[in-house]
Design a protein around this ligand. Structure first.
Ligand code: HEC
Length: 456
């Protein structure tokens, strides 16, 4: 072996060694792939920035978005409405009564894009309550108000609702500031005098109601100050269907028989079922007391007192709102067995009876008002998983078929309206809010006084 060859061999082995080292260095196994993102609980409501289409409940974003699990508590309970407000308090016992005592498991998810904040709220409520103070004539007694008469007009049944409260400008109440105590800052009084108003400052209230805001595709945009809780500038989404001021005042309008077409905030149109909603209205003519008298004399022996319990079918169901007045009269004229009874009545008596039938079946407690786009009232748009068809089906079996409400709220980050909270992300990323749920109620609610919305 020559010296040169030896040294060449040494060099080669060195190179090989080096190569081997190199090889070792470069032969690594790929790191495991990131597991697919799944929803994780968070301690605040985290709004992530996202430009994907966020405006539908089924958008991919919501399937994996993190969520705030709200541990709902009794916020107010054992409250009743004033005289004549009967069976309006399904959440009277707080959590113990909400959705028959089942945990609503309220979760909130949030996101934002360049212009809007989105909040998806999901909770369990196995009963569908779609009335809001329906005017009933000789309606049910209220087991919680046993001393109150049910004779004549009363306001009965309530709606399922979801509410958010935000601080606009440092609202303060007896218990402290909104920033430190949340909703508690806008809570005053007890019992019949309890109101949701702060001592000073302004609280922005977003109130989704199955009865009075969902059908139009909005949440009520309300503002609470020391002078009370009112609709934002531009007016309310719904108004009481009465001329009077009490729960016994009685219904003023009925459906006028024309198609109730509504343009939703998305631009799509929908048709509101008069069985549940009053939009296109006309004064309810006829004297209900005279109608009651004629009914007792002519109809009661077949249909029973107040339209139920007679030999023939009950006629006090919700379906009485489904027909226009003229269609209702025609339907009765067309029943062969009734010819001798209906036919001879005067035109006035017929109107009186129709009004009586509407009263014993329940006339809508509110009529809806389509907001003018661009007004402060129209700031909060909503899509939900509830459709009138689902409601009709659910009412038929008296349970909420979908079990879970899903309500997706969309609002401009900055509306620049004085009655709204502004989400100015350049100056502030955390916002205190309160959230409440109502099951067949408008006074008693469960939820959380203080949570935080964090913009990521
Ligand atoms: C002799 C018994 C009898 C009398 C009296 C009577 N009805 Fe009927 N009514 C019937 C029958 C039968 C039907 C058909 C449905 C059924 O079989 O129950 C009917 C149906 C109806 C319906 C449902 C109509 C529809 O198609 O939606 C209404 C509303 C009604 N009656 C109202 C009245 C009123 C108001 C009076 C009093 C003016 C009256 N009825 C008197 C027997 C009677």
């Amino acid at each position: 072996m020559t010296k040169t060859f030896k040294s060449q061999l040494a060099l080669l082995s060195l190179v090989l060694l080096f190569l081997g080292a190199c090889e070792k260095e470069y032969s690594y196994t790929l790191p495991p792939k990131d597991p697919p993102k799944t929803s994780q609980p968070t301690t605040t409501l985290e709004a992530a920035f996202n430009t994907a289409g966020l405006g539908t409940i089924n958008a991919a974003y919501w399937k994996t978005a993190n969520y705030l699990q709200v541990s709902a508590k009794d916020l107010s309970k054992n409250l009743l409405y004033g005289d004549g407000g009967l069976n309006l308090t399904g959440t009277f016992n707080g959590l113990a009564g909400f959705s028959k005592g089942n945990d609503p498991k309220l979760t909130l998810k949030a996101a934002y894009d360049a212009d809007y904040l989105y909040i998806l709220a999901e909770w369990n409520d196995t009963t569908v309550d779609i009335s809001d103070k329906t005017f009933f004539f000789n309606g049910n007694l209220d087991p919680l108000k046993s001393s109150e008469s049910n004779v004549g007009w009363t306001s009965q049944r309530n709606s399922d609702k979801l509410s958010f409260a935000f601080d606009v400008n440092g609202a303060t109440g007896a218990s402290g500031t909104f920033a430190s105590t949340g909703c508690q800052a806008s809570c005053h009084g007890t019992g019949a005098t309890a109101v949701m108003t702060p001592n000073s400052g302004t609280v922005d209230i977003w109130n989704w109601s199955l009865a009075t805001s969902n059908p139009l595709g909005y949440a009520h945009d309300l503002v609470s100050t020391s002078s009370g809780m009112n609709a934002d500038a531009g007016g309310p989404l719904a108004a009481r269907n009465t001329d009077g001021t009490t729960y016994r005042s009685g219904a003023k309008y009925e459906w006028d028989g024309t198609a109730q077409t509504v343009t939703l905030p998305s631009g799509a149109t929908t048709l509101l079922d008069p069985t549940f909603y009053l939009l296109n209205k006309t004064p309810m003519v006829g004297d209900i007391h005279d109608g009651e008298t004629v009914y007792a004399a002519v109809c009661e022996h077949c249909h029973g007192p107040n339209g139920i319990g007679g030999e023939y079918s009950a006629i006090n169901g919700i379906g009485s709102n489904k027909k226009s007045r003229s269609a209702y009269k025609t339907a009765m004229a067309d029943v062969g067995d009734m010819g001798g009874y209906w036919g001879p009545l005067s035109a006035t008596q017929k109107d009186d009876i129709v009004t009586f039938l509407r009263g014993i079946s329940g006339a809508p407690g509110y009529y809806l008002i389509q907001p003018t786009p661009g007004t402060s009232t129209a700031d909060i748009t909503v899509v939900s998983n509830v459709t009138p068809t689902q409601i009709a089906n659910a009412m038929a079996v008296s349970t909420n078929k979908h079990q879970k409400y899903q309500v997706l709220i969309k609002r401009k980050l900055k509306t620049n309206n004085a009655d709204d909270i502004q989400f100015d992300l350049l100056t502030k990323k955390e916002y205190v809010f309160g959230v409440a749920l109502m099951d067949n109620d408008g006074r008693n609610h469960i939820g959380s006084l203080k949570e935080t919305l964090t913009f990521k």
